[in-house]
Ligand binder design. Structure first.
Ligand SMILES: [Zn+2]
Length: 145
């Protein structure tokens, strides 16, 4: 019941608010494109956006959406691992303006919200880490078919 009320409230608010901001114009464009690549991911991020705007908590600063093969190689070297960013399955949110406690809450909120909207093919939805470009929460999601 609580889940239904929360999702209805968020659907209502997600049309009117926009607390998400972007590091670059390229990232903003990619975020718009994400809607056609991974609907659930954009949908849930819109609701997180709404949740954070309503509650007056931190704004969501997106630092990465899509990553090319070359960019992946520049970070990880010749490691053959494919990043969820290369598949339009991930978005990064900057955390260096947040306290340890705020990061913990944000991570939990994100995971809870994604759990409402479907089964994730990735085991972990939100990862807090730094791969050399600054600490951030990496959110990865693709709905199980
Ligand atoms: Zn990431």
């Amino acid at each position: 019941m609580k889940k239904i009320i929360l999702s209805m409230l968020l659907i209502l608010f997600s049309f009117s608010v926009n607390a998400i901001s972007f590091k670059t114009e390229r990232i903003e464009k990619e975020y718009r494109k994400l809607e056609t690549k991974n609907k659930t991911l954009t949908n849930v991020l819109g609701k997180i956006d709404a949740l954070y705007t309503i509650s007056g908590r931190t704004s969501l600063y997106i630092t990465e959406v899509f990553r090319t093969k070359k960019e992946q190689k520049d970070i990880y070297g010749n490691n053959k691992k494919v990043s969820p960013h290369e598949l339009w399955d991930a978005v990064d949110i900057r955390t260096n303006d947040l306290s340890v406690e705020q990061v913990k809450i944000l991570k939990k909120d994100i995971t809870d919200l994604f759990n409402i909207f479907g089964n994730n093919i990735y085991k972990i939805t939100a990862i807090y880490h730094d791969v050399g470009l600054g600490p951030h929460i990496h959110i990865q999601f693709r709905r199980k078919k």
